[in-house]
Ligand binder design. Structure first.
Ligand SMILES: [Zn+2]
Length: 262
């Protein structure tokens, strides 16, 4: 059972269980990550069609039409949005950034990493979906670069919060995906830390990749303070009864949503 600890708070309201980061609350950012709850699922429909968003809007005390959900397709595209945003422009988008109050940024997952960024100095938030493909395309790095270039953020001021996702012990890949990662990230000289030789299955050597560590390395390389990268340390696969996990659930798997707003 996922419970409150020194980093996160677990709550239930209006029949929805969710997680919040203590530090992000302390910084004044309204947010949540949904845990499995009866009758709640974000697999289909946008904020106006899927009733589950009503519950999220109720908890965050915002109009549900203010929840912006990009049409994630494992790209490295991060868009800066304001109140003029038009929904059609959120196709092929895996991350959103804004400096506007009252706009709620959402991302969805079932094993992939969802990163919540906040710069308390420039008052900028970003919500980013980074599965292994997005991680390989360095979407987290691109987000921070946009925060720096478009909003004047300084890396040392930026916080990054890592929501539940599949963790290294359960994120198993074949040799091709492992080799691709080794090639892309050889510049870090730390591939041995995030690529682990796994089991042999079906006569094939498997590998386990620590995508959370890759993101951490990318962000620390840009100048984020290690202590400002706050991981909830929750594996979706290990906690499949409570957290959406595509690998653990198989076909018809549910999805969770991360929503944040200033
Ligand atoms: Zn696990």
């Amino acid at each position: 059972m996922i419970e409150s600890n020194e980093k996160i708070i677990v709550k239930e309201e209006y029949g929805l269980r969710y997680i919040q980061f203590r530090k992000l609350l302390e910084l004044g950012v309204n947010h949540l990550y949904t845990l499995k709850s009866d009758g709640i699922d974000f697999a289909t429909g946008g904020n106006l069609e899927n009733k589950s968003y009503n519950t999220v809007a109720q908890i965050l005390k915002i109009p549900r039409e203010k929840i912006l959900i990009p049409k994630q397709t494992h790209t490295d595209c991060v868009k800066c949005v304001d109140e003029r945003v038009n929904y059609e422009s959120l196709n092929f988008t895996d991350g959103l950034i804004t400096d506007r109050k009252g706009l709620a940024l959402a991302t969805k997952n079932a094993d992939c990493i969802l990163l919540n960024f906040y710069d308390p100095v420039k008052k900028v938030i970003a919500n980013v979906h980074s599965g292994w493909r997005g991680t390989y395309k360095k979407i987290s790095e691109k987000t921070v670069v946009k925060m720096i270039n478009n909003y004047g953020s300084k890396p040392e001021d930026i916080y990054c919060f890592i929501n539940p996702s599949i963790r290294v012990d359960h994120f198993e890949v074949d040799e091709d995906v492992m080799e691709l990662g080794r090639e892309i990230f050889k510049f870090t000289s730390r591939t041995n830390e995030f690529i682990k030789k796994g089991r042999v299955f079906d006569n094939k050597q498997k590998y386990n990749i620590d995508t959370v560590l890759i993101n951490r390395i990318l962000l620390e390389t840009l100048g984020l303070k290690p202590e400002n990268i706050i991981d909830c340390d929750i594996c979706s696969y290990c906690n499949k009864d409570e957290v959406a996990s595509a690998r653990a659930e198989g076909q018809g798997y549910r999805r969770a949503v991360s929503v944040m707003m200033m």
